[in-house]
Design a binder for this molecule. Structure first.
Ligand SMILES: Nc1nc2c(c(=O)[nH]1)N[C@H]1C(S)=C(S)[C@@H](COP(=O)(O)O)O[C@H]1N2
Ligand SMILES: [Mo]
Length: 447
């Protein structure tokens, strides 16, 4: 029980192979007062190491008895860093590219380190990235948004025009539909960062798309669809049905209280709650209203689901109900028997999460997890679950149920309907195997 990371209860990256340690840090065991009775019981059961660490602290170890330099001298001055940065001890927590996933790094993905997040909000510097043609830092003074097509009056907005409009702030998840895509085949990628890290959740601020469409005059009987176009070279265009466009879609410039980051579409992006990431067009420059779907390349060639009978499903835009345990998760190591706060995230493109069940025996028995407020529609929901590890083998799973009553499927249930040749929309239950005695956690496919 020496190092800091060990005391956090879940040691990290012990035997992961090169090119890098996949998991940089474990979860702090969030002991909370209400759970004290349970914890005490768990400590007793866990005996050994947990108990002796507590005893040593009470009996006096150097870290408690000796006054360190930071307790006896002057610290750093204010504004030494005009824009704050994470502690140097958190340097391991990074977005990461999957080696060899794409040929060109400008057209690639970086995965968010879900194993290191708390709560539901993704820090801006760790939001996942997906670019088809690289990212740009576009001067907002020169940026324009045009609304044209089947409108009474086509208009061009500057950023100043847009930011003078009534704005709203909403917390929503964004998930690339290719998230967890590797798992369709027999590939079990090593960590939750790579299996589920094309997922983030932020508070977005912007104008409602309905406000812009009202200003330009759209007759929803005639103008049935909106085409969104980005200003990068990828010709990213996506069709959005007018019902959705007039519902909760935002033309956003704010992300977690500040302007969007360049990687995420600065200065303007579309926010399409519940819908796959590809429709959240970044560097948004044009919205065209039309009377039929546009059948753009990213709707006809890409982002279609190959079914077992050889047919393609098109326009499968909603991200269905899904969840994943983020700690303990692949690549982490349980240090000791005893209490663990199993924690994870659940979400649904159709609304709120109603319930999350957790199994520690590969799906034979289930108990409900605690949903931590706020539980918001089309946003990540944090869940926590008390577990005492007895040192035996275990398979941890979570199963989410959304407000429509839809239950997150098992991998084999999904494969029965969808086959194995898909890339997109894998929302199956994830399994993490805990090895007996060693406590090593790994990704396994349970059918
Ligand atoms: N202009 C533009 N918008 C885009 C993309 C892009 O390459 N260019 N990628 C799309 C895809 S596939 C996804 S998953 C999301 C990713 O958003 P993020 O990079 O902010 O995570 O942006 C979408 N919008
Ligand atoms: Mo995506």
């Amino acid at each position: 029980m020496g190092s800091d990371s060990e005391r956090r209860g879940v040691r990290v990256g012990r035997v992961r192979p090169a090119p890098e340690n996949f998991v940089e840090r474990g979860e702090k065991p969030h002991a909370n007062r209400a759970r004290r009775g349970f914890m005490a019981g768990a400590m007793a059961l866990g005996a050994g190491a947990v108990g002796s660490a507590a005893a040593r602290a009470a009996g006096g170890e150097d870290a408690i008895l000796k006054l360190p330099e930071h307790g006896t001298s002057l610290g750093q001055p204010v504004a030494a860093r005009g824009y704050g940065q994470p502690s140097r001890y958190e340097r391991g927590l990074q977005r990461r590219e999957s080696p060899g996933l794409t040929r060109v790094p400008a057209s690639s993905v970086s995965f968010a380190p879900l194993q290191g997040f708390f709560g539901i909000i993704t820090p801006n510097g760790l939001h996942f990235e997906r670019h088809h043609q690289g990212w740009w830092d576009i001067d907002p003074a020169g940026h324009r948004l045009m609304v044209n097509g089947l409108v009474r009056e086509a208009r061009v907005f500057t950023m100043d025009d847009l930011q003078r409009l009534p704005s709203v702030s909403r917390i929503h998840f964004i998930e690339c539909s290719a998230n967890t895509g590797m798992e369709w085949g027999r590939v079990a990628v090593p960590t939750v960062q790579y299996s589920h890290g094309m997922l983030s959740c932020c508070e977005f601020t912007g104008a409602k798309l309905s406000t812009l469409l009202d200003m330009c005059g759209v007759d929803p009987k005639q103008g049935r669809y909106v085409l969104a176009e980005g200003a990068d070279g990828s010709s990213m265009t996506r069709t959005i049905a007018i019902e959705r466009a007039l519902d909760d879609v935002l033309v956003a410039w704010g992300m977690n209280g500040e302007m969007l980051r360049p990687e995420n579409g600065y200065p303007l992006r579309l926010v399409v709650p519940g819908v796959q990431g590809v429709s959240w067009v970044k560097y948004l420059r044009r919205l065209e209203v039309g009377d039929t779907p546009y059948y753009a390349k990213d709707e006809v060639l890409q982002y279609v689901d190959l079914m077992p009978d050889g047919m393609h499903r098109q326009f499968t835009s909603i991200q269905e109900c899904k969840s994943v345990i983020t700690s303990p998760s692949g690549g982490q190591v349980l240090l000791d028997r005893g209490y663990y706060n199993v924690t994870g995230l659940a979400w649904s493109g159709r609304g709120k999460i109603m319930r999350v069940d957790v199994s520690t025996d590969g799906g034979r028995n289930w108990r409900s997890a605690r949903l931590e407020p706020p539980v918001l529609p089309k946003a990540l929901t944090r869940f926590n679950f008390d577990w005492v590890w007895d040192g035996g083998p275990a398979i941890l799973q979570s199963r989410a149920i959304d407000q429509t009553g839809y239950v997150q499927p098992k991998l084999n249930q999904l494969r029965e309907v969808r086959g194995t040749r898909s890339v997109y929309h894998n929302n199956a239950i994830q399994s993490w195997k805990v090895a007996a005695e060693t406590g090593e956690v790994s990704n396994v496919h349970v059918y």
